[in-house]
Write a protein that binds this ligand. Sequence first.
Ligand code: SF4
Length: 523
Amino acid sequence: MTETIPRPRGDEAGDVGGPGPLLVCAPLGIEARAIRRGLAASANPPDVTRTGPAPAVLRTGYGTTRAAQQAEALNQRRFGQMMIMGVGAGLSADLSPGDLVVGTEVGAVTCASAPLLAGELRRAGLTARTGRITTVDHLVRRSERAALAADGALAADMESAPLAAAAGTRPVAVIRAISDTPHHPLAGIVSGGLAALRSLRAAAPVAERWAAACGTRQLLLAGPRSFCAGVDRAIEIVERALERQGAPVYVRKQIVHNTRVVGDLESRGAVFVDELDQVPDGATVVFSAHGVSPMVRAEAAGRGLAVIDATCPLVSKVHAEARRFAADGYTVALIGHAGHEEVEGTLGEAPDSTILVQTAQDVAALKPRDGERVAYLMQTTLSVDEAAEVSGALRERFGSVRGPGSDDICYATTNRQVAVRAIAAESDLVLVAGSANSSNSVRLVETCQRAGTPAYLIDGAEDIQLGWLAGVSTIGLTAGASAPPAVVQEIISALSGLGPLSVSERVTTTESIRFGLPKEVRQ
Ligand code: SF4
C-alpha cells in the first residue's frame, strides 16, 4: 500500500521558484531585527549546520492590507519553505507574555508540522503551545478575546493568514510570540512586547532547524504495530469499569506502559496507584496487564477490595508455568529485566524456587539446588535475539534444562520485532512510538540498532528532534504494543507538514487474536 500525503492546506496556489532558502516573513522591522539577531547568534558558534543558502528575513509590513499585497509579490519569489514569525495577541488566560504559539491552522492553511516545531522550541527552553491562529484586521480589543477564544483560536494577529496562503504547496509554519493576553492586555504592551521579542530571537535558530528538516520523503510503516490483544483488553476493562460504576476506579500501577493511555484514562476518572494501601477500603481495584504476585492478591483479599484482573492471559500462562515447575522441584531461571512489574509478579509466584537471570554471565553464576532439575521461563516482552542468547547459555550449562511448553515471548512482541526489522533494512532511521517504561517498545529500538539503523523512542510527534530528520529521505515508523494507533496517525500527519510524504506499509504478518473479558465487566 502506498499513499502520498500532500501537505494539507486549504488553497491550491501553485509553487513558484522550486527549491530555495527558508523565507522568514516578519511584519514589523523590530520583529525582523530580533529574528536576524537570533539567526546570526546561532550561526556563530554554529547551532545549525548551514549547508544551503542562509535564510532570508523579509519585513512584510503591518496589518492585513500590507500582508495581502506582500502575499501577491511572494508569488514571484524563489524560496523553499516559509516561516511567519512575529508578535501576537494571546486569547487564553493561561498564556503569558513571551510564550510562543505555533499555528496548527492559520486562516485556511493547515500547518501540520506544528507539533514538531513546538517540541523543538520547548527543548530549546522556550514555552510553546500549539493552536489555531486567527488573523483579524485590527488590534484585538479586550472585549473580543473571549469570543475569538470560544471560536477555537489560541492567538490572534493581523498578517499570518494571507502570507501563509502565499506559501502554495511549500512547507509553512507560523510562530507568534505573545505580547498581550487577557490578564496582560495592551496597557502592558511595552514589557510584554519586550518579552515577546526576546522569545522571537531565541526561536529563530529553531526556525532554521525546521527548514533543514523539510524535504520530500518516504515513510515506511511496520505491520503489525501498536496495540496487542492484551493491551486492548486491559484498556477495555478499565473503560467498562468506569462505565459501570463511575469514577473513581483505582488501578494498581499503570494499566499498560504508555503515558497517553494513562493520561486519557486518568482524565476519565481512573486513579493510578503504586500500591494497594493507596486504595480506600471497599473500593474496586484493577490489576494491570503486567500481572501481580500472589502476595498482592492476598493483600487485596485481606482488605476486602473488589478486584478486576486485567493481567494479560499470556502473562498468566507464564505464572502458571512458574508454579508448575516449582511444584515439580525445579529451580526456575526467569529470563527478564530486574524491576519490571511483570518480572516482579512472576518471581512472586514461586519466590523460593525462581532466580532472575538477565545475561549469560548471570547463567554462569547460577547456583541451582539440583543441576538436573533446572527450568527457564521468559518475560513476555523480551528481545527474541537477546533471550535466545541467555536460553542458549542455560542449555549449554544445564544439558537437561526444561523450557516453557510454548514460547513465553508473546506473539505481539515477536511480530513487532520481525516487522520493524523488515523496515529498518530499508530506512535511514526508525521512529518507535512508545513510552520509555514500555519494555516491548524499547526492544523495538534495540532491534533496529542491532540491524545498524538509528532508532528513536518517542511518546508522540513532539518528541521528534528536527536534527534527526535533516538529510533523511526514508523514515521507518512503528509503535510498541502499548502505544495507541492514534499516535501513529499524529506522527504521520506531523511529518507530512515537512514536505510531500509517500507512505507505504510493509506487513510481515496479520494478527487476529482477541482475549475474553473477565466476568466482572462482561455484559
Ligand atoms: S505484549 Fe504480549 S504479553 Fe504483553 S499484553 Fe500484549 S499480548 Fe499480552
